[in-house]
Design a protein around this ligand. Structure first.
Ligand SMILES: NC(=O)c1ccc[n+]([C@@H]2O[C@H](COP(=O)([O-])OP(=O)(O)OC[C@H]3O[C@@H](n4cnc5c(N)ncnc54)[C@H](OP(=O)(O)O)[C@@H]3O)[C@@H](O)[C@H]2O)c1
Length: 274
């Protein structure tokens, strides 16, 4: 049995859909069972409540670990690992940050949290696979268009953006393959693109705005101080081109080429839980 965290979110909803379509025995651990539309058996569990996670993991042998970014992410990652150890989980497939962003001095507090969590999981003796996605194409849907203009603080560096559907397919492939070796995969699209390229695909014009202006806009929209800091740091990181190299990892794991930005905008089939 595979336990799935984050099954109502961007990546996890696609994974839940894949498991349901393929008839793979899996259980979603959600905060409010019954309230969200998840195509799997659901059980209650909260990443901030280790005991609830331990109970939710009872009888599971594998864990898809996804935590939302935020100031409590480190506590969530620690709770998930402790509960997995107590419940006898044999393998964790964890969604981490993009490989170049990780490290003790990573691109943002989220990147640092992912890195330390990876270290702890590796040291735990539980089998592991780390999925390290680049910028998710789904982020683009949340970016405001003003008239025919897409303003963002992303500079013009190349970014090897990846579709969350491909990340979910990679997770499904690993969780179905008991022989997969421990390791990490940098998940990207087929080629790097700039924000000007993205704007062209959307039929709009990209305007790179200074982080100072982006910070003010986020504040006006009610973003928390954590969210503002995270967004600005990650924008600087992506603008630097550090996450600009496409890899063959999606194809290696799924057997097909990753979706491009053109594919992404031409095929929007929302499955996110409602
Ligand atoms: N966005 C990117 O470009 C990008 C790139 C690389 C890596 N990542 C990583 O991907 C992860 C986010 O993935 P995502 O975008 O798919 O997430 P998401 O859409 O933000 O969804 C978060 C999921 O976590 C669940 N959740 C939140 N708090 C919880 C709690 N206390 N207990 C149990 N479940 C809880 C949510 O459930 P509810 O429905 O109950 O809220 C939801 O299913 C982060 O770790 C991020 O660092 C993101």
């Amino acid at each position: 049995m595979i336990a799935v965290l984050g099954a109502t979110g961007t990546i996890g909803s696609h994974l839940a859909q894949l498991f349901a379509e393929r008839g793979i025995p899996a259980r979603a651990i959600v905060r409010s069972p019954g309230e969200r539309n998840v195509p799997l058996q659901t059980t209650g569990g909260d990443l901030l409540d280790r005991t609830s996670l331990e109970q939710a993991l009872d009888g599971a042998s594998q864990l898809f670990l996804l935590t939302p970014h935020g100031p409590q992410q480190d506590a969530m990652e620690r709770n998930a690992l402790a509960a997995a150890q107590a419940a006898g989980i044999e393998r964790i497939v964890k969604v981490s940050g993009g490989a170049p962003s990780l490290g003790p001095n990573g691109a943002s507090p989220t990147s640092i949290t992912h890195w330390y969590s990876e270290q702890r999981i590796e040291a735990s003796g539980i089998k592991f696979q780390f999925l390290r996605p680049s910028f998710l194409m789904q982020n683009l849907l949340g970016m405001q268009l003003i008239g025919g203009v897409m303003p963002a603080p992303m500079g013009n560096g190349p970014i090897a953006m990846v579709d969350a559907r491909d990340v979910a397919e990679c997770a499904a492939a690993l969780l179905a393959n008991g022989d997969a070796p421990d390791g990490a995969w940098q998940l990207t699209g087929p080629a790097s693109v700039t924000f000007s390229d993205v704007a062209r695909v959307r039929g709009v014009r990209y305007v790179s705005i200074p982080p100072r202006i982006a910070r003010m806009a986020l504040k006006r929209r009610g973003a928390s101080p954590f969210e503002i800091d995270h967004s600005i740091r990650m924008a600087r990181y992506f603008a630097s081109g550090a996450d600009g190299s496409a890899t063959g990892d999606v194809e290696e794991l799924t057997g097909h080429l990753p979706r491009s930005v053109e594919n992404f905008f031409n095929d929007q089939t929302p499955v996110k839980g409602s």
